[in-house]
Each structure stands twice: as structure tokens, then as C-alpha cells.
Design a protein around this ligand. Structure first.
Ligand code: 0A1
Ligand code: ZN
Length: 895
């Protein structure tokens, strides 16, 4: 095994590549055991120095330049191949070999379920052939694939199929040409026996395009939703941003073994099968909605990522933040489609809530820990470690704030300007902001986005402290906003520049004592009906509103207008008022979350001090009011009645005691179940979805509320709940209901009933890998599961550490989402973590590094836990042969 010495790559050291490579011709002789790749590059010198190419795990067969053997004029040094003595123009031909079936890292060319796949982003192309593996080298590709026709009947690559032919010895070949120049990370091939579903559509300029979804034989009944989602995505990008599909053919292929969600290779997206395959019996509402979102995401990359790509990997958020923002908007529009205005607004709020919940659970902790980085990082050791919630989700928030500042119409103009300037180029985040700024400056003379740009260069979640002063005599109310943001990650190191204030768009409303909205009239005469957008660009600032009779209740950070933490000392009474009356549905949800956070944190402190648990009447009544208030739709109600997650709650604790926190959260749930049993039962009855299954947001919302009600009744051990859950499990006609019932039984039911349904579930679904993943996840996260349980499950014939979905479903789920089992005071969970990080690292370093992050915030825990965590981190760090990926994570954690 190779030992990587970590080298830090810095953004400021960027240098352009000194050669252009106009065309690349690749010929593959595909064989799982030994594949030969012949690569021909048209090279033109544009700067100084030799031609240096990257290659990893390749066997070099020959190097020729302009038809002559180049032996003696090239050197291989570790992972680089250096060619000397090239003229201004040269045709370089390199032949190399690789072993796809031995590739367990799933980067480069690999075999999954007998099918060849590639994964090149970020630096996988170098495992296929020698090449300048960096996104700013853009070339036109033509590709020839040759393979045994019986075993590999479909031969796919980027662009258009221009020729197919049978060869001797039962082999055949296919020639593909991609008309668009692209960086090598967007190259792809797929070869194997696949089934497919297709449709044709006319783009808005009238071109006919072929859309195809490929998957393994037998799964053809599960690709309809994916194909429909693709059609919706094509239409949406035309409508919303006037962006049209630029190819004649667009393909999606499902892979059983895949490191991430999916990959936007030009015209040939490769997907984790979990984001393609679905039918009502085997997939949940969450699966259906994730499929639509990921298909949208990859499709939208065709413009934001492929047509305009990144100059270097520090600019990753240029394409990822923007494309996540686009997929969020797509989903919101799809959810709102066909509903009346009020229902549509609620659907959009539900989507916003779901995105904010993800941000708070995944990104806020990251931004406060050792891996904290700006959305455009300054340095990295392994780029694979920077496909983070910060680059993706916070990156999307930074784009959203630009839309808020420019208005949606202004943002659309800004995006058009971005494409006008940069189509076909590899550019930077600064280029993006400059295009937006050109529109912003037109619409706001004298203003610019110079302060706003700090969102790209500074890490950490800003805190905004709000103070309200009311003067009864002048009937004026003054709102003061003050921001601060502690240095995080490398910002704490000596010599780091001081942190500057951010440009924060802060949406606010004011309510009177009855909860009615107050018109917001500012001293300069500017008046809005109910929501004002305050732009905070300095450390603190004040705004004065007029004609306000009494001290109002503020409704803050409406629609989560910026990724910040708000500090305002609400009384419980004020929160209850906002929960009932806030006209901004997001802020109304937020009030309930704050109240619940307060209650659970106080009870956790009491529990730690040995006092008994009792849920306050007012809190129960507040929850009852949401459960029974007229006029709220089920999807929104389900979100408003969901207690904040343990991860979000933990962010509010000085030192985290995960077991106490989880126990109090469970007890709170149980107490709500008992106190409001009749109302929960009524919710179960009122939210049945008879008839054919449909994943539409109204039906999904009903199921979400019904299943929350069922879980809450189960948590409360309310009479009849077990029978209800068992009945639902047995008679369910869709996976959402079946799995929810099963989950309630496994977590809160009696051991024998739980064992019986788990066995039944496996029996029914053992042939469907995506459902077997759910079966493992349920057990990995179940209350009562211990390290021993998980180790037992690892010996199950269906378990394999090599398949990332399976590893995630069991090992990751246990370490990340089972506080009771994982955070045992005896350290057994942590020792298990160390053993699995090391086992995975030998197979697949990218996946291992993700698991490694489960302990990166060890300092946040109570000392009884943080000390054993530190010990296992050190043990992993000192392991010989550790990958660069895991080394970076554990070293930063221990710094
Ligand atoms: N660009 C993809 C993410 C991706 C990154 C790396 C991968 O393999 C290691 C795969 C996919 C996206 O944003 O969807
Ligand atoms: Zn992406």
C-alpha cells in the first residue's frame, strides 16, 4: 500500500496549464481484468516548461510523439509523467493499462455488478489515462469503446453515437463524439448489459432530443419516475432560466456501487441506483422526492458546471452552490405546481424548512468544527474531502442571498450575463459575483457586492443579535442588529487575517400583541406591508419604524433570509404568539422549534442534575394548537410538530451529552404522545391516503403527519398504538407506510413484535438491494442496538463493506445516527468506529474519510466521551499506510 505524505494545495498558487489540448481521442479495449487505453492528444504549447501529466495506478505501455517512440525523453516519477522536448504543436499518443475489477475505490474505471462505469470527478481521470487532470484544460473528446458483445451489449459515452460495428472474436465497438469541449472530470463511459426506458421531446427551439434511463435488467419497472423527473427538469430550466438542452441525446445510468449521489458527466449522467429506481411498493415518499431533486441537480449542471465550469477545485461551489440552489428552486416549483396560491405558498415553505433543517444539522456543525472552511476554501490536502455541506448547502444559501438582494428577476438577468460572459470557459466564483454585481449596480446605483464577497472568503456561521426599543411617546420602534462571527478552523491560526462583517439580508416583520402584522414605515418614508429587508453590512446598524403604538413582537429572519444564527430573548409567551399568528409560515415554524429547543435543553439539564422529567403544560398546549389549528396543511403541520433533531439541539449545548439529550427528546415525544393521544389518533384517522399511491406533496404530507402521529403514540406507549402499527405494517400498500410502521415498532415496540416484523420485512424484500439497505438502517439506528448487534449484522450474508450504500446503511448509520448505541461510556462505539475507518480505508479512502468525520467534533462532548474519542482518533492517525483522505480529517480533528 502507498503511504501518502499530505501536501497542502493552496488557492493562491494557481497557475494556468502551459499547453492547450484541443482534442482527445480515447480507444478502450475493455476487459475487467486488464483494460487497455490508447489516448491521442493534440497538444499546443501556450506557456513554459515540459508537458506534465497525472496518472495513478496505471501501467504505462508506450509513449509516442508525432508517431515516434519517445523513450528516453519522458520520465515517470510517482504519479506524474513528464514529456520533454515537445515543439509548439505535437500529437502525443500514450498507451496504458488498468485493472477495473480490482478497483474498489470506485474512482476511475471500475466494474459494478458486471458493468463498467467511470467516475472522474474530482481527480479520477488520472486512474484511466495519463492526462492533465485539472478542470481548466478543456478538450473535444472522441471515444472508441470495444468489448465482448455478449457480456457488454451496451457501449455508452458522452455526446453522440456516430458509429457501431461488430468485430472479430465476438467483440463489437462503438464510436462516440462529444461536440462540446469539456474538462476531463466530465468524461464517462458505461459498458454492460443494461435495460432502458426512453422518451423523445422537443426542446423549446424545436429540436427533438432523446432521453434515456438505463438500469440493470429486471429493474425496468422502476425507472418511470426518473424519466418523468428528467422531462420536468428539462422543461423547468427552459422556463425559469431560458436554458435549453444542448445535446441530441441525454442519458442517465444507475450504478449499484457509487461513492456519492450522482455525477453530471456530459450527456451521460451516472447515478447511484438509490436516486433512480423507485416504485410505490419499494420506495418511500422521501425516495421519490430525492430522485426528482438529484435528477434535476445533475441535469442543471449541464449549464452550471459543464457549459461553464470551474477554473480549479477551490471554485467547486461555483457549480455546486449554484446547482443546489437551482435544484431547490426546481423542487419548490414542482411542489407548488397546480395548487392554489395559499397551498402553493405553504408547499414552498415546507421545502424551505426541509432545506434549513438539513443546513442546521449538517452545515452549522461543520462550520464550527475543525473542518470549517469558506465556501471557497483556501487550501486542501485532498479535494475529495471538500464535497461538503459548506460547499453545497451553504454555497446554495450564498446564491439565494444574491437572488434576495437582486430580486428573482434581477438574478435571472445576472445569470444570463454570467453565460454571456463565460459560456465555454473555466472560471472562478469571483467571475460569477462580478456578473451578478453588474446587474446589482444597475439596479442600485452606487452600491456593489464588495462586502458580500466575504461570504466566499470567510468561514463560520455569523450570529446576529437583535435588540428592540420602543418609545411610546414618539410611537417609534428601533431595531438594532449586531453581528459577530468567531474565527473557526484555520482562521484561528496565528497570522490569519481579522474577520470582517458580512453583508446580511435580514427579513423582519413586527406583530402587535394580538399577533396582527404591523405596516413597516421607516423615517425616510419607505413603507412595506409586512416584511422589511434590512441589509446589515457593518458590525451593527439601526432601523427605525414609525406609527407603532406598543412594543411589538418581532418576527425575525423570515424565510431564513441568511445563513446566520439569530439571538433574541423572546419570552415563552411571545414564542407561543408567533406559533399561532406569525403571517410568515417559516418564522411561525421557527417559533415552535425555538420553544421546543428551550424545553428539551432545560429538561436535559434537569436530568443531568438528577431531577425528574415533566413536560410543561404550556408547551403541550402550544403543540396541541398546531395539531388542531384550522387551515394548516398536513405537510406543514408535520414539520411544525417535529421536535428539533439531536444534532441541531446539540449545537446549543456547552458540552454535549448525547445520550441524555436523546433520552430527553424521546421522553418529550412520549409525553406529547400521552398528553395529546386523542388528537394524534384523530390525525392518524384524518390523514389516510386510500386509493392508488401517488408521491405528490399533498399525499406525501398526509402520510408524513399520519406517521409522525403513529410514532408519537408509540413513543408514548399509548394503548392501541402497537396494534395500529402492526395493522399498518401488514396492510400497507406503499413503502412509506410500511417502513414508518416498522420503524415505530422497532424503536418503541415490544422486542418480540419488533423481531417478527423485521424478519418478515427481510423475507419479503431480500432481493431488492435498496430495500435491504433500509432494513439495515432501521436496525443500525434502533434504540437498543449496540456494537454487538451491528457486528452481528456485519456477518449477515447480505452485508458487504465494499458496497458504499450498504456500508452507509449499517456502519455510518450506527456511528452517526444512533446516540444510545454509539456513545457508550465504555468507548466500545468509538473502537468500532476506528476499526471500520481502517477497514474501509483499505478499500475506498473517500468513503473512509466520510466515516472519519463522525468524530471530528470530539472536543464538543462531555469529558467522559471526548477523551476516549481522542484516543481512537490518535490510534487511527498513527496507523501505517493511512490514506491522504483520512489523514487530513483526523489530523485536523486533533490539531
Ligand atoms: N458533482 C457531483 C458530485 C460528485 C463528486 C464526486 C463523485 O465521486 C467521487 C461523484 C459525484 C454532484 O454534485 O452531483
Ligand atoms: Zn453537483
Amino acid at each position: 500500500m502507498r503511504t501518502d505524505t499530505p501536501v497542502t494545495i493552496r488557492r493562491q498558487n494557481y497557475l494556468p496549464f502551459p499547453y492547450d489540448i484541443a482534442t482527445v481521442r480515447l480507444e478502450f479495449d475493455l476487459d475487467p481484468a486488464d483494460t487497455q487505453v490508447r489516448s491521442q492528444l493534440e497538444v499546443r504549447r501556450t506557456g513554459e516548461g515540459p508537458l506534465v501529466l497525472n496518472g495513478e495506478d496505471l501501467e504505462l505501455v508506450s509513449v509516442q510523439v508525432d508517431g515516434r517512440d519517445w523513450a528516453g525523453r519522458y520520465q515517470v516519477d510517482g504519479d506524474t509523467l513528464t514529456l520533454d522536448g515537445l515543439g509548439t504543436q505535437a500529437r502525443v499518443e500514450i498507451v496504458s493499462r488498468c485493472r477495473p475489477e480490482a478497483n474498489s475505490a470506485l474512482m476511475g474505471l471500475y466494474v459494478s455488478n458486471g458493468v463498467f462505469f467511470t467516475q472522474c470527478e474530482a481527480e479520477g481521470f488520472r486512474r484511466i489515462t495519463w492526462f492533465p487532470d485539472r478542470p481548466d484544460v478543456m478538450s473535444r473528446y472522441s471515444v472508441v469503446l470495444r468489448a465482448d458483445k455478449k457480456r457488454f451489449p451496451q457501449l455508452l459515452s458522452n455526446g453522440n453515437l456516430v458509429k457501431q460495428a461488430d468485430l472479430a472474436d465476438g467483440r463489437h465497438e462503438a464510436h462516440w463524439e462529444d461536440p462540446f469541449p469539456k474538462p476531463c472530470y466530465l468524461f464517462a463511459l458505461v459498458a454492460g448489459a443494461l435495460t432502458w426506458r426512453e422518451s423523445r421531446m422537443r426542446t423549446r427551439s424545436g429540436r427533438e432530443v432523446l432521453l434515456q434511463v438505463y438500469s440493470d435488467p429486471g429493474s425496468e419497472g422502476k425507472t418511470q419516475y426518473a424519466l418523468e423527473s428528467l422531462e420536468r427538469a428539462v422543461r423547468w430550466d427552459e422556463r425559469r432560466f431560458s436554458l435549453e438542452l444542448d445535446l441530441d441525446r441525454f442519458m442517465i445510468v444507475a450504478a449499484r456501487d457509487f461513492n456519492m449521489g450522482a455525477m453530471e458527466n456530459k450527456g451521460l449522467n451516472i447515478f447511484n441506483a438509490a436516486y433512480v429506481l423507485a416504485d410505490p411498493e419499494s420506495a418511500t415518499d422521501a425516495n421519490f422526492s430525492a430522485i426528482e431533486a438529484v435528477i434535476g441537480h445533475e441535469y442543471f449542471h449541464n449549464w452550471t458546471g459543464n457549459r461553464v465550469t470551474c477554473r480549479d477545485w477551490f471554485q467547486l461551489s461555483l457549480k455546486e452552490g449554484l446547482t443546489v440552489f437551482r435544484d431547490q428552486e426546481f423542487t419548490a416549483d414542482m411542489m407548488a405546481q397546480g395548487l392554489d396560491a395559499q397551498a402553493a405558498a405553504s408547499a414552498r415553505t415546507v421545502k424551505r424548512i426541509d432545506d434549513v433543517v438539513t443546513l442546521r444539522a449538517a452545515q452549522f456543525p461543520e462550520d464550527a468544527g475543525p473542518m470549517a472552511h469558506p465556501i471557497r476554501p483556501e487550501s486542501y490536502q485532498e479535494i475529495g474531502n471538500f464535497y461538503t455541506a459548506t460547499v453545497y448547502e451553504k454555497g446554495a444559501e450564498v446564491i439565494r442571498m444574491q437572488q434576495t438582494l437582486l430580486t428573482p428577476a434581477g438574478f435571472t438577468r445576472g445569470l444570463a450575463e454570467y453565460f454571456r460572459r463565460h459560456d465555454g470557459q473555466a472560471v472562478t466564483c469571483d467571475d460569477f459575483v462580478a456578473a451578478m454585481e453588474s446587474v446589482y449596480a444597475q439596479d442600485h446605483p452606487g452600491r456593489d457586492l464588495s462586502v458580500f464577497r466575504r461570504w466566499y472568503s470567510q468561514a463560520g456561521t455569523p450570529r446576529v443579535r437583535v435588540t428592540i426599543e420602543h418609545d411610546a411617546a414618539t410611537r417609534r420602534c428601533t431595531v438594532t442588529l449586531a453581528q459577530r462571527c468567531e474565527p473557526v478552523g484555520v482562521e484561528r491560526l496565528p497570522g490569519a487575517p481579522a474577520k470582517q462583517p458580512f453583508h446580511i439580508p435580514f427579513a423582519i416583520g413586527l406583530l402587535d400583541a394580538q399577533g396582527r402584522p404591523l405596516p413597516l414605515k421607516q423615517a425616510d418614508g419607505h413603507e412595506v406591508r409586512d416584511t422589511a429587508l434590512l441589509e446589515l453590512t457593518t458590525e451593527h446598524a439601526q432601523w427605525t419604524f414609525e406609527n407603532i403604538d406598543a412594543r411589538p413582537v418581532p418576527s425575525l429572519l423570515r424565510d431564513f433570509s441568511a445563513p446566520v444564527i439569530v439571538e433574541y430573548d423572546y419570552t415563552d409567551h411571545e414564542l407561543a404568539l408567533l406559533m399561532r399568528h406569525d403571517g410568515n409560515a417559516f418564522a411561525r415554524w421557527e417559533a415552535g422549534q425555538q420553544l421546543a429547543t428551550r424545553v428539551i435543553l432545560a429538561a436535559t439539564r434537569e436530568r443531568q442534575e438528577g431531577r425528574p422529567f415533566a413536560l410543561h403544560r404550556d408547551f403541550i398546549e402550544a403543540w396541541r394548537s398546531v395539531l388542531t389549528a384550522p387551515g394548516l396543511d398536513a405537510a406543514y403541520r408535520a414539520r411544525a410538530l417535529t421536535l428539533p433533531s439531536e444534532k441541531t439541539l446539540a449545537e446549543h449545548m456547552a458540552k454535549v451529552d448525547p445520550v441524555a439529550l436523546a433520552a430527553v427528546r424521546d421522553e418529550t415525544l412520549g409525553a406529547l404522545g400521552r398528553a395529546l393521544a386523542d388528537d394524534w389518533r384523530a390525525a392518524v384517522q384524518a390523514n389516510q391516503t386510500p386509493g392508488d399511491y401517488s408521491p405528490d406533496p399533498i399525499s406525501a404530507g398526509k402520510r408524513a403527519l399520519k406517521n409522525l402521529a403513529l410514532a408519537t403514540l408509540m413513543a408514548g406507549r399509548v394503548d392501541g398504538a402497537t396494534e395500529q402499527a402492526l395493522g399498518q405494517y401488514d396492510t400497507a400498500r406503499n413503502m412509506t407506510d410500511r417502513l414508518s410502521a416498522l420503524s415505530s415498532l422497532v424503536n418503541f415496540g415490544a422486542a418480540d413484535a419488533s423481531a417478527r416484523v423485521l424478519a418478515d420485512f427481510y423475507e419479503r424484500w431480500q432481493d431488492d438491494p435498496l430495500v435491504v439497505d433500509k432494513w439495515f438502517t432501521l436496525q443500525a439506528t434502533a434504540r437498543g442496538t449496540t456494537v454487538q448487534t451491528v457486528e452481528g449484522l456485519m456477518t449477515h450474508p447480505a452485508f458487504s463493506l465494499r458496497n458504499p450504500n450498504r456500508a452507509r446503511s449499517l456502519v455510518f448509520q450506527f456511528c452517526l445516527n444512533n446516540p444510545y448505541g454509539f456513545h457508550r461510556a465504555d468507548g466500545s462505539g468509538y473502537r468500532y468506529w476506528a476499526s471500520q475507518v481502517l477497514a474501509l480505508d483499505a478499500l475506498n479512502p473517500e468513503i473512509a474519510a466520510r466515516l472519519a468525520r463522525a468524530l471530528d467534533r470530539w472536543v464538543r462532548y462531555v469529558p467522559e466521551l471526548s477523551e476516549p474519542m481522542r484516543q481512537v482518533l490518535q490510534q487511527v492517525r498513527s496507523h501505517p499506510g493511512l490514506s491522504r483522505n483520512v489523514t487530513e480529517i483526523v489530523s485536523k480533528a486533533l490539531e
